[in-house]
Design a protein around this ligand. Sequence first.
Ligand SMILES: [Zn+2]
Length: 467
Amino acid sequence: MARISFYGGVGTVTGSKYLIEHDGKKVLVDCGLFQGFKELRERNWQPPPFEPESLDAVIITHAHIDHTGYLPRVVRLGYDKPIYTSKGTGDLLKILLPDSARLQEEEADFRNRHQLTTHTPALPLYDENDARDTLKLLHTVANDGVPVEVAPGIKASFLVAGHIMGASLVLLEIDGAGEDGGTLRFLFSGDLGHYDQPIVKDPAPPPACDYLMVESTYGNRLHGDVDSATQMARIINEAAERGGPVLIPAFAVGRTQEVLYLIRELEDDKRIPVLPVVVDSPMAAQATQVYNRWTDEHDEEYASILNTKRHPLRTGSMTTASSRDESKKINTMKGPRIIISASGMMTGGRVLHHAVRILPDENATVVFVGFQAAGTTGRRVQEGEREVKIMKQWVPVNCRVEKVEGFSAHADWKAVLRWLEGLPNRPKKVFTTHGEPEAAEAMAEHIRGRFGWDVMVPDYLETEVLS
Ligand SMILES: [Zn+2]
């Protein structure tokens, strides 16, 4: 008899971890970091509810830290078997995990310097060595649906999920766990992209399965018909007329590429003038290379632009700053220009150095292209606070503040239902995960209402028998 345990990504969108067990074999799907509220973050420090050494395999659906950021911790605690994921995800992890380790080390360092710790010295959750050890365990496969054996009697196949570069749906086939000793099929949606999202392909239709886990980030919300291109064109044109700079805080992996793609498209369509664009983030430049490398994952439009020898993620006048010196040079630039820099919620990173100059400038514009979590500097600016504290100094906010919607990389509930319509059979049970409690419940109701299927909203640490 097989079973699944929900060790994260339930009641929250963070910390995704699902353990499948059968016949003494254990496979963990996703290994994410808990983020947000303190109560959630403290779980990262508790002993994991499984023994890392006892796992036979780990499978990763996509590179985002809420699905992968706990991997180096599990490796630090003794896991040393393969980590299966797509080629695109593997490449992005080479950028993201060492960076995550540096952030963990910086945080421990900060606690020590400011004596904010009861443990002396405070240790990081993991360090760069752990991240490097993790990368050595990667076993990457194509997102092409060809099964690979991850443990004796357990196969996994990966298909395009359309969320970010490399994101996968994962189908597990467990021999001997199904009816009459047959094969049991469990499908994980991972994070699902929405249809017609730029750059990456649409999500592949779900293959037949007995059980299905589906994400519910937008289980109670719809994206609406906001046209991000029109909004962005207006903002850039107004800035060009005023001759002022535009600052776009954006996460280096995924969001930065989507913003570049849109600006390049607006330039090609002559809807905006060609302004200097500076991408000030070393990680963003590396991620852009990964985005170009895995051509199998590109949608038709992206592929057709690549065929014209034009770079879909390069605007007409673009520079990337990798070193600190290059980054500082941006400060001497004058006139209308667009600066894209991380972090996306202005919680750290180079964007803060730009914010100190740009926020007080009446001619400048700051544009938010992603969700701004409560308590972040980005949220404060977005909500109209006239003064924010950045790097220990109070900075007045005199610039224009804009928000461009329509950049979400998640399917809303209608898109999830559209995806589920492609399922060739009626599943025995569906689990809605990866949502705040109301969103997961709402998604479950939508699925019951439309298809009449048995849907369960699991709780943290709950285990369910599969047959
Ligand atoms: Zn994600």
